[in-house]
Design a protein around this ligand. Structure first.
Ligand code: PGA
Length: 254
């Protein structure tokens, strides 16, 4: 049984004060969700206040990015070891990082390796652009991203990797993928991981859907046996995220 995940990617929203206030407003109901791992991903500058605000709850914490380097002269960067002081989780290769900051599959792979070496659980994101889907290239793009981002990881740590399928055209657009599309890609991802790491690892891999997830549509996705939760952006900035987390837990305990 794969424990489902409700992940809140705040992106560049909520500074330290706002993070504290928002968590104070939702910590009781969110902390009471059982049957799902609930994880918040605030901006770096808000991690410490979020860390304090979640104390005494089962809510988890993660960073939205990390450096591929272990430390040293990299102005503005944050290493996996530093993230691990406050967090158990980290996102690697979000499409906004790929698109606006030039992150390649190889860089995402190095970040994933760095995360694993610091005992973090990375959520590795993949997803095709609209033009890829329209040209019928979605499967090819996802195959390249999975092979490139997840190649050569240590077998003993691969069990900590989570994959998020987030089609770029569905992110922040209000136009979520269909359950069928998300399921098809999830099955492809599982098969590719199976080729690389064996059936046991593939069966245990948790795969999330992300892209315009709301309380109204989340159940449609997580009712699928192929999807193990959601990575939520816009709706995670609202108390609605509590309903989303509850719906994810309910779908998997039903
Ligand atoms: P969205 O973002 O829920 O606003 O579409 C999802 C994500 O980018 O992780």
């Amino acid at each position: 049984m794969r424990t489902p995940i409700a992940a809140a990617n705040w992106k560049m929203n909520f500074g330290p004060r706002q993070a504290e206030q928002f968590i104070a407003a939702i910590r009781e109901p969110l902390g009471a969700v059982s049957g799902a791992e609930v994880v918040l991903f605030p901006p770096f500058i808000s991690l410490d206040s979020a860390y304090r605000a979640i104390q005494g709850t089962a809510i988890g914490l993660g960073a939205q990015n990390l450096s591929e380097h272990p430390g040293g002269a990299f102005t503005g960067e944050t290493s996996a070891i530093m993230v691990a002081e406050l967090c158990r989780w980290v996102i690697a290769g979000h499409s906004e990082r790929r698109q606006y900051y030039g992150e390649t599959d190889e860089l995402v792979r190095q970040k994933t390796l760095a995360a694993l070496s610091a005992d973090l659980s990375p959520i590795v994101c993949v997803g095709e652009r609209l033009e890829d889907r329209e040209a019928n290239l979605a499967e090819r793009v996802i195959t390249t991203q999975i092979r490139g981002s997840l190649g050569g990881l240590p077998a003993e740590a691969i069990g900590r990797v989570v994959v998020a399928y987030e089609p770029v055209w569905a992110i922040g657009t209000g136009r979520a993928a269909t359950r069928q599309d998300a399921e098809d890609i999830a099955q492809l991802i599982r098969a590719l991981v199976g080729e690389q790491y064996g059936q046991g690892i593939a069966d245990a891999l948790r795969i999330l859907y992300g892209g315009s997830v709301t309380a109204a549509n989340v159940t449609e996705f997580v009712a699928s046996p192929h999807l193990d939760g959601a990575l939520v952006g816009t709706a995670s900035l609202r108390p609605e995220f509590v309903d989303i987390a509850r719906a994810i837990a309910a779908a998997k305990t039903a």
